[in-house]
Design a protein around this ligand. Structure first.
Ligand code: SF4
Length: 90
């Protein structure tokens, strides 16, 4: 019978990059008063998070938000994720 003994640490990282989003879905759980939230991780901090997650064994990476496409550094983050061997999704 197969066991899960080879599993350790997180297998998936959900990176909620930002609260920002151009839409206003009624069911959204993100805050709408974006101006109060100025403590998003910067590019270097996210790159560090990606490296740490990969070192812990995470293989799949979800970029989320808010709307991750509003992050100006998204290309950098996705590129680094690919270099680390992640399977990035949105
Ligand atoms: S974050 Fe998602 S649920 Fe919220 S407003 Fe944007 S698209 Fe809609």
């Amino acid at each position: 019978m197969p066991t899960a003994k080879f599993l350790h640490g997180p297998l998936w990282l959900l990176a909620e990059l930002t609260y920002l989003c151009p839409l206003q879905c009624a069911y959204c759980s993100n805050p709408l008063d974006f101006s109060k939230y100025r403590n998003e991780l910067n590019t270097d901090e996210w790159l560090s998070v990606l490296r740490q997650a990969r070192e812990m064994g995470a293989a799949q990476l979800g970029f989320s938000g808010g709307e991750p496409l509003v992050r100006r550094d998204l290309e950098t983050l996705v590129s680094h994720a690919r270099e680390l061997g992640f399977i990035p999704t949105f």
